[in-house]
Design a protein around this ligand. Structure first.
Ligand code: PLP
Ligand code: LYS
Length: 473
């Protein structure tokens, strides 16, 4: 078989199309003797039979292990510097009541960014002291809810919000626990839509001095917070973006924030006790991605923080981080049923023609918007059986009325992949269900957690009745 010239350079023709690359899958996903994929002892076929497809399948053990790994690694790395570190799981990646409970039982805290996420946290019984709240446009109702729940930290994003929160807390005779989100001016190596620390964007307080006053919005916010009767200023926060592999951006941001803390000490005589370095750690969606293990990330970060504090004569603040994707992403795969398969002739850049095989599945951009939103790459394997057939360059597409509705842009799938097979797409635990929609009146799929040979629903799938029941007629 001649290889399709349409294959991207980074994608290698697999020697064994049935193989599961370890970094891309939850650690308890294997291929059983019958050739079927199974997770924690439950086969893809059994899952599809019990819950239907599309289906989000979460390995509970894998999710918990990744959460624990971050907590243990950061605690160990920062033990001597500041007595350990706090890990806030970023619930925006994937949140439901069950997941919030897993996170809490593994010793993590929870980062929320809306009233709805706070409601999940409350339902899961997480104490307010272990919660953070983010957002560039928090409503008064959300701030009130945060105060009602006694939040450990509200991450303030702007001067107007600081004023609003301070006034609200003061009117209740309280002080709000505040972290200030700063933009350290770091350009992260990631898709523009998920980079968040350069100057020209909606998040955070700039550290760059205003040309007229010489005072940066960040410095103005610190002064305002320290002087406000309704605010307790705990420290500073930054988040440079998401799906980032290189350590340099994280380290530069940490250095800039510590430098800023040193400036606060010089100006106000105060060493703020906390520093949150955000999330953003990349995961393996394809063979081209090489994520760093949490222990390595933590050690490198501790070395930078320790050395910088020493240089600046600062006590090391209590460090926290907010990983989302790196905990939720690899724990989950999406199970689809294949449908129409067709091969089309396409013109190549070199002036020739090639064939592209389109494999359609029964979901698509409504359960995974990331390829459309960020040009995100994924991978896929045949899940219902192993195949001895050669692997053919393929494009997995959804069923939506949108030509950009691509699930996996480029993947080698066995030539005998046929209508009715099961296909599994790994790494869909973060920002897939969370970003899901009802486009084309398609109901959101259920999410099941699998552990110890049993699967249980943690989010029920929507039904057509659910969707119709919203229509006012
Ligand atoms: C403030 C903040 N913290 C944490 C995260 C989690 O990022 P990630 O899922 O890439 O770890 C995000 C999302 O990018 C974020 O905006
Ligand atoms: N939603 C983005 C991640 C960033 C969201 C949080 N700031 C993604 O799917 O990659």
């Amino acid at each position: 078989m001649t290889l399709s010239p349409l294959a991207p350079e980074w994608l290698s023709h697999p020697a064994d199309a049935n193989a599961l690359r370890p970094l891309m899958w939850a650690r308890d996903v294997t291929r059983n003797d019958a050739g079927e994929i199974e997770v924690a002892g439950v086969s893809a076929g059994a899952l599809a039979k019990q819950f239907g497809t599309p289906l989000f399948v979460v390995s509970e053990a894998d999710f918990r292990a990744r959460a624990r790994d971050f907590k243990d690694s950061f605690d160990a790395a920062f033990a001597d510097l500041c007595g350990g570190a706090d890990v806030y799981y970023a619930g925006k990646a994937f949140l439901c009541t069950e997941v919030a409970r897993w996170v809490a039982s593994e010793g993590l805290r929870l980062d929320t960014c809306s009233g709805g996420e706070l409601a999940v946290a409350r339902r899961a019984g997480i104490p307010g002291a272990n919660l953070g709240l983010h957002g560039n446009n928090k409503s008064d109702a959300e701030l009130t809810r945060a105060l009602d729940m006694g939040l450990g930290r509200i991450v303030v994003d702007s001067l107007p919000e600081l004023e609003r929160l301070g006034a609200l807390a003061a009117s209740r005779g309280e002080r709000a626990n505040v972290m200030l989100r700063l933009t350290p001016g770091v350009h992260a190596h990631t898709h523009d839509f998920i980079a968040t620390a350069h100057e020209d964007q909606k998040f955070g307080l700039s550290m760059a001095p205003d040309p007229e006053t010489g005072v940066s919005p960040a410095a103005a916010a610190v002064a305002a917070a320290l002087g406000h009767g309704g605010i307790t200023l705990l420290g500073l926060h930054c988040h440079i973006g998401s799906q980032i592999f290189e350590p340099e951006g994280f380290e530069l941001a940490a250095k800039r924030l510590l430098g800023f803390l040193s400036g606060v000490k010089a100006e106000h005589g105060i060493e703020l006790p906390e520093l949150d370095l955000g999330g953003g750690y990349g995961i393996a969606y394809t063979e081209a991605d090489t994520p760093r293990p949490p222990a390595e990330i933590a050690k490198a970060m501790a070395a930078v923080v320790g050395a910088t504090c020493k240089e600046l004569g600062l006590a090391v603040p209590r460090i926290s981080i907010e990983p989302g994707r790196a905990i939720a992403g690899p724990s989950t795969f999406t199970l689809y049923r294949t449908g129409t398969i067709k091969t089309v002739r396409v013109d190549t850049a070199g002036g020739g023609t090639a064939e592209r095989r389109y494999v359609s599945v029964d979901g698509g951009m409504s359960d995974n918007a990331r390829p459309v939103l960020y040009d995100a790459d994924y991978s896929a394997v045949l899940a219902s059986r192993a195949s001895e057939d050669d692997a053919v360059m393929s494009r997995v597409v959804g069923k939506h009325c949108e030509s950009g509705d691509i699930v996996v842009r480029d993947v080698y799938l066995p030539a005998d992949t046929a209508d009715g097979d099961l296909l599994a797409v790994p790494g869909t635990g973060a920002y897939c269900w969370a970003l899901s929609s009802n486009y084309n009146y398609i109901a959101r799929p259920p999410v099941v957690a699998v552990a110890n040979g049993a699967a249980r629903l943690i989010i029920r799938g929507e039904t057509e009745e659910d969707l119709l029941s919203r229509d006012v007629s």
